[in-house]
Design a protein around this ligand. Structure first.
Ligand code: SER
Length: 316
């Protein structure tokens, strides 16, 4: 990667990835784009509506990028509330991005998700290659996206790559509209009020990962030797399998009075239960040496420190 266009650059992954790419590849070599211009863009920024057929193509051409990192998408809970809109953004955006990559001969990354699995998928140690019949619109989009990226690789030779992200936890940009969002909210509430009401039930396991590991994974996969990759577009990756009470336990080590109760949201609980409890990431390890650096305790130390600073700054 030398010159990179990021779509969805103001989103949960994009806002941090853009900064990391800029510090790795140079300020002027990363073009951030999103549907709306931020008040103060920190570097090169272009407005792109990914559902408009030619916008990704035009901007890619204008800056002569060699890579597209396509992140613009609706997350699972939002997609369940607006399924048709999700189809238009998640699938319409993806095909437009892939077309741009095909026309301009660009490398391509887009994330899939643990949402690409469904209730009939083996729940524990979910294999890399397995049954995928998701029951959410988001999942339908993710499976279709994985297959579409495979298709652009085999049919047109586009160098497409991707991972199935677990729930991502970060202190920079709030996720918004996801099923795993509780795992971010819990840290803010622990520090603000000392208590958190979880909309996901006790005992509900999902894979999770701290954002620095997710960003590292994207760069590592994009820089990996193409000849080693057998699963191009949908590598399982994970850092931990966790249920709400594991966050409670980890936070209590630092805030002993922290308490958690439950008020389950049936929609997000239903989505969570349709996903695996823990996924197997051996293929990512074998094919491009993926390894997560943060476990629950290391992530919790960092999250509490960074969220505390953020809250202090905002109230100053
Ligand atoms: N974190 C995402 C969501 O909850 C999963 O890909 O929608």
């Amino acid at each position: 990667m030398k010159k990179i266009l990021v779509t969805g650059a103001l989103g949960q992954i994009g806002s941090e990835l853009t900064e990391k790419l800029r510090s790795t590849y140079g300020e002027d070599n990363v073009i951030a784009s999103d549907i709306r211009r931020p008040e103060q863009p920190s570097g090169i920024f272009e407005e792109i509506d990914v559902t408009k057929e030619k916008e990704i193509y035009e901007i890619s051409k204008k800056y002569k990028v060699d890579t597209i990192i396509h992140l613009a998408a609706l997350l699972s809970a939002k997609a369940e509330a607006f399924p048709k809109v999700a189809w238009e953004i998640n699938m319409g955006g993806l095909v437009n991005a892939l077309e741009a990559a095909k026309e301009l001969d660009l490398k391509f990354f887009t994330p899939s998700s643990i949402g690409a699995f469904g209730p009939s998928t083996p729940k524990n140690n979910t294999p890399q290659d397995t049954l995928q019949r998701p029951t959410t619109m988001y999942g339908v989009n993710k499976v279709a996206g994985e297959i579409l990226c495979d298709y652009y690789y085999s049919r047109f030779g586009v160098d497409t790559r991707g991972v199935r992200f677990p729930g991502l936890i970060s202190y920079v940009t709030a996720p918004g509209g996801g099923t795993t969002d509780y795992a971010v909210e819990v840290y803010y509430e622990a520090l603000r009020s000392g208590t958190y009401t979880s909309y996901i039930a006790k005992g509900t396991h999902m894979d999770m990962m701290y954002m620095p590991d997710a960003l590292q994974a994207i760069i590592q996969l994009m820089e990996a030797d193409s000849d080693r990759l057998k699963h191009r577009n949908a590598f399982n990756i994970t850092a931990m399998s966790a249920a709400p009470e594991h966050f409670e336990e980890a936070i209590r080590k630092h805030i002993p009075d922290f308490t958690m109760d439950y008020q389950v949201d049936p929609v997000r609980q239903g989505i969570a239960e349709s996903w695996p409890d823990s996924i197997n990431a051996d293929a990512a390890k074998e094919e491009w040496d993926f390894e997560a650096a943060y476990d629950m305790d290391a992530m919790t130390v960092d999250m509490l420190e960074k969220v505390r600073e953020k809250i202090k700054k905002n109230s100053a």
